[in-house]
Design a protein around this ligand. Structure first.
Ligand code: ATP
Ligand code: MG
Length: 369
């Protein structure tokens, strides 16, 4: 083992774990995964500890590792707390606890004076009706836990929809959020290590279709230095309050009145995939560095502009990507399925014209609308 080698255990074995391992190998890091099957994207990138094997596979993973991290904010708190008795888990319990519940997350935003949509937690039809009168319409109703890719959400436009919304996604705890009239969706990825170093990537612009991120432009166009600083300030407060170690992502709405926080994720994020070729140090490498106690890497961009296009549902004409000089193909080795994230394409460009030309050439990977 080289002096900086660590054995990293990842709870989950999807594409995020796969890209963490790909980024960690040049630093002589070793990986183990806690997953469900040998077909998962990370399966061939380290020791696979399958949940189905027997009750000890998590114990085996923890014994194998120096540090544990996870791919999803839906990771079990109890599991993390148990592991943390013997092995460091980064990001630690508090980051996970706060980001796996939309109500707690918004409470934290309020505490740190980070603007977010007005909201009410509801747990019955009556409390939902009351919340609608307080928040007003339109509003967006979300499950407090377990939502992703826009699942577990209902956009309420009229009072007549309240009963339908409650029966479709209710009968459990929900949060009603005021609808934010945003100009753009932005996000920021930040990293902190245990030595309290902080680094920030530039704000990026995210475009969604049917609840799924389709592409990201990095850095977002026409972001003033003040707005970037404001976003970094929000991240610094969050990182410090959580004593966060690793990558943290904040999704934001840009409005005429400034930035409004949507949600955060205590992990590498789809809107940070552009950093693999687009930044001097990728979000994946910086996460690995942070959790293994290494100095954090430079987050500056390698080219003035980058784009990340998600490959969703069908793999598509990927050979074409390989013929484009500034395009980089990343496939996760997953079976095609509607709405599934199968890979992404990063594009680097010297200016806006050439970026949009490249995006145009890749339009088969984008939704028609
Ligand atoms: P993902 O997994 O893509 O991050 P998610 O299921 O966690 O999504 P959110 O990010 O909360 O859900 O919401 C999905 C999308 O719905 C947002 O990207 C945004 O386009 C829209 N949206 C969410 N909340 C609001 C709001 N309060 N006002 C306006 N639009 C919203
Ligand atoms: Mg989101």
């Amino acid at each position: 083992m080289t002096p900086i080698s660590k054995r990293i255990g990842v709870l989950g074995a999807g594409q995020l774990g796969r890209m963490l391992a790909i980024a960690g190998y040049p630093l002589a890091q070793k990986f183990g995964f806690y997953g469900t099957s040998d077909d998962e994207p990370s399966a061939l990138l380290g020791h696979m500890h399958k949940q189905s094997d027997d009750v000890d596979s998590l114990v085996n993973l923890v014994e194998f590792t120096d540090v544990i991290t996870y791919e999803s904010e839906n990771t079990s708190i109890e599991q993390v707390r148990e592991i943390a008795k013997t092995t460091p888990v980064y990001p630690a319990e508090k980051s996970l606890y706060m980001s796996q519940h939309r109500g707690r997350e918004k409470g934290l935003f309020d505490q740190l004076e980070i603007p977010c949509a007005p909201y009410r937690i509801v747990d019955s039809l009556d409390s939902l009706e009351l919340a609608v009168t307080e928040i007003g319409l339109p509003a967006i109703l979300k499950t407090t836990t377990e939502g992703y890719d826009g699942k577990g959400q209902f956009v309420l436009k009229e009072e007549s929809q309240i009963k339908q919304a409650w029966s479709e996604i209710g009968n459990r705890e929900l949060v009603l959020e005021g609808f934010i009239n945003f100009q753009r969706e932005l996000s920021i990825v930040a990293v902190r290590n245990a030595n309290n170093e902080h680094v920030y990537y530039p704000l990026v612009q995210n475009v969604h279709h049917e609840g799924i991120l389709r592409y990201t432009i990095a850095p977002a166009r026409e972001v003033s230095a003040e707005i970037q600083q404001q976003a970094e300030g929000y991240m610094q407060s969050l990182l410090d309050e959580l004593d966060h170690v690793g990558v943290l992502t904040l999704e934001l709405f840009e409005t005429v009145d400034g930035l409004v926080a949507n949600e955060m994720a205590p992990r590498v994020h789809n809107s940070g995939h552009w950093t693999i070729e687009g930044a001097y140090t990728s979000q994946f490498e910086n996460h690995v560095r942070a959790i293994t106690g290494l100095p954090l890497g430079d987050t500056s961009v390698r080219q003035p502009l980058a784009a990340m296009i998600n490959i969703i549902g069908e793999t598509g004409p990927v050979e074409k990507v390989l013929t484009m000089p500034n395009a980089f193909l990343h496939l996760y080795d997953k079976e095609e399925r509607p709405g599934r994230k199968l890979g992404h394409i990063n594009v680097l460009a010297v200016d806006e014209d050439s970026l949009y030309k490249d995006i145009q050439a890749l339009s088969e990977f984008l939704p028609k609308a």
